[in-house]
Design a protein around this ligand. Structure first.
Ligand SMILES: C[S@@+](CC[C@H](N)C(=O)[O-])C[C@H]1O[C@@H](n2cnc3c(N)ncnc32)[C@H](O)[C@@H]1O
Length: 421
């Protein structure tokens, strides 16, 4: 509803981008935001938008498709592409003129240093600041601005960003309400708020996020770990109870949320983690190094399909675990701009029924697990009905769907399969 309402207003504004609901458009945004080497298509409403974008960014790599004549039946509104590009440049270290050819390995999150905060810095500490902007005023100002731009959970984002700059826990922010912020801090806050106004996810802006028992570095376009997946870690811990020096396989490791949580908790665990995205592999490696578990983790860059599994360093695992791309393609049209613009859509897109990668994982798992051992999957609730129907048509499949578990919203979210003996 929100999107539709916005669209009405945006139709009047020719500089704004119109994004069609077609898959091509999503992949265009995906390509744009992940700096792939294929050409980038951006759907715009008129010629002046094209000129403005080309002039501002010298983006000879962007190609434009005019959608004026054929307006899509379902559209949603995004921040100006110029703002998105600025945010990407601001948070990530990007070459000046060409976003497309920047390998993501060079997109090191470049956060400026946080500021040491001393209790002595008070409203009257003029040597520290030349502007009379207190924490409280800044909070209110930016909350208003973000709310006016319809940014979801505005006040929460503002609290996170200001406490990040001050390097204090968010819950303690109220204690510093009357503190005067320095010019430098205010400029830095503005830089990060501008990213949020361009709908960059808060996690990417802060550069790290907590998951289960660890803190992970997160950077675009690698999938941001979601809180519901923490339960998958708990289910894995239950499955691994009593197994000495267990060996597990994770398919689609993303930032490493699942496998690294497990490696962090279980000191004798060894893990092989596969992902088709080299950016995901890079971020997992970075996080593994921070957690000092690199020696127990083998990373494999490769795509799992029904026909092929990338070559693995071993052929048998005590547990296989995966939070694969499982969204139904039709549902991808409704994701928030935060996701569609900045996250890798291949981390979400499970194909028509959301089962493309799930089926592949199930097929391979039967050959990689000994009898009685488990495969744990995170799925869409509808898969708890679709998968048994599909399995019935696979008479040679040596896996049994043993139990369905709910997430914290009470939705059927996790399935445990057990290899038949
Ligand atoms: C939903 S994300 C999950 C990431 C991480 N495990 C988590 O829970 O935060 C899915 C991941 O699977 C990877 N992926 C998607 N399709 C794949 C495939 N066919 N083979 C290997 N990895 C794939 C994506 O790159 C992405 O990192």
């Amino acid at each position: 509803m929100k999107f539709r309402f916005r669209m009405a207003a945006v139709r009047l504004c020719s500089q704004r981008l119109r994004i069609s609901s077609r898959q091509r458009c999503m992949s265009s945004y995906y390509r744009y935001s992940t700096c792939n080497t294929s050409s980038t298509e951006i759907l715009v409403q008129d010629k002046s938008s094209q000129h403005s974008l080309k002039n501002q960014f010298e983006c000879h790599t962007l190609s434009f498709i005019n959608v004026n004549k054929k307006l899509p039946h379902q559209s949603c509104f995004f921040p100006k592409v110029t703002n998105i590009l600025t945010s990407m440049k601001s948070v990530c270290k990007l070459p000046q003129n060409d976003i497309r050819y920047s390998p993501l390995s060079r997109l090191n999150i470049k956060h400026r240093p946080r500021y040491a905060l001393h209790q002595s810095q008070t409203h009257t500490d003029r040597s520290y600041s030349t502007r009379a902007d207190t924490v409280k005023d800044t909070l209110n100002d930016w909350t208003e601005k973000l709310e006016a731009a319809d940014v979801p959970e505005a006040s929460l984002a503002v609290e996170y960003i200001i406490s990040h700059i001050l390097d204090i826990p968010r819950m303690e922010l109220h204690r510093y309400a009357s503190l005067t912020l320095s010019e430098e801090m205010l400029t830095e806050i503005e830089r990060l708020m501008t990213c949020r106004l361009a709908r960059m996810p808060l996690q990417y802006i802060l550069g790290e996020w907590d998951f289960h028992s660890i803190t992970l570095k997160v950077r675009p376009p690698v999938f941001i770990p979601r809180p519901e997946t923490e339960k998958l870690v708990e289910l894995a811990l239950e499955c691994l109870q009593g197994i000495k020096a267990p060996r597990i396989l994770e398919i689609g490791c993303g930032s490493g949320a699942i496998c690294l949580s497990l490696l962090h908790i279980l000191g004798d665990l060894h893990c092989v983690a596969v992902d088709q995205s080299k950016h995901a592999i890079e971020v997992t490696a970075l996080n593994a190094a921070s957690l000092r578990v690199t020696d127990r983790l083998t990373l494999v860059e490769g795509k799992v399909t029904s026909e092929k599994m990338p070559s693995l360093p071993q052929e048998c695992f005590d547990l296989i675990i995966s939070n694969p791309p499982y969204m139904l393609r039709k549902d991808l049209l409704n994701v928030q701009p935060e996701i569609m613009i900045y996250e890798d859509m291949r981390a979400l897109d499970g194909g028509k029924e959301g089962l493309d990668v799930i089926k592949a994982v199930i097929k391979h798992s039967q050959h990689l697990l000994p009898g009685g051992h488990a495969l744990l999957l995170e799925v869409d609730p509808c898969h708890c009905y679709l998968i048994p129907t599909w399995m019935e048509k696979q008479p040679t499949l040596k896996l049994n769907m043993s139990k369905v578990f709910q997430d914290f919203n009470g939705k059927d979210r996790f399935i445990k399969f057990v290899k038949l003996s």
